[in-house]
Design a protein around this ligand. Structure first.
Ligand code: ZN
Length: 182
């Protein structure tokens, strides 16, 4: 008796699982997700972070912004890539990746972020948004505004391939949502 009950409940769980998997798909056709839902998903997509000194790579939800990596004790910063054609860090088609350190803020152990110099110091006076290799090689600290702007534009956030793919799908979902409006 006990055994039959057990088999019966296992089947029930299976049916419930199927229903739970099918339900969101069925709902998707009827009612588009809200803009907030799309935004929330986007914020939780995986993003590449790199630690300040050892450049350890960590994938974490984009919403984490900056945080202290427990393994190294270093601050993990969003990874950026340098598109400058003459970047000294570039290896053929492989762009130089680096932690985009902002010397004006730091992560606290409780996971929050506060203004003020991070433990890594002021990053040699290099502001966020500049490639450290180019900053040094082309003496950007003393370059004119035009040259600084040019090299600032070469730096882009690094986007993981699976995140890029999902972002494109979310963008399509947004467009579909807009087109559905009466
Ligand atoms: Zn560079």
């Amino acid at each position: 008796m006990r055994r039959q009950f057990s088999i019966g409940s296992k089947l029930g769980i299976k049916l419930l699982a199927v229903a739970l998997i099918c339900l969101p798909i069925a709902c998707e056709d009827d009612k588009p997700r809200s803009r907030d839902d799309l935004f929330t998903e986007q914020r939780e997509l995986p993003k590449l972070f790199m630690t300040a000194k050892t450049h350890k790579r960590i994938e974490a939800p984009a919403s984490r912004n900056i945080f202290i990596d427990e393994g190294t004790g270093e601050t993990a910063w969003p990874a950026a890539e340098c598109h400058a054609p003459n970047c000294p860090g570039r290896e053929g088609d492989t762009l130089y990746l680096f932690p985009d350190i902002n010397p004006a803020m730091h992560a606290k152990p409780d996971g929050t972020i506060a203004p003020g110099t991070p433990p890594e110091g002021n990053n040699g006076g290099k502001p966020a948004g500049f490639c450290p290799k180019c900053w040094k090689a082309f003496n950007l600290a003393n370059a004119g505004q035009d040259k600084q702007r040019e090299y600032n534009l070469y730096v882009k956030p690094h986007v993981l391939p699976e995140t890029a793919k999902r972002m494109a799908e979310l963008e399509q979902e947004r467009r579909d949502r807009r087109n559905r409006r009466p």
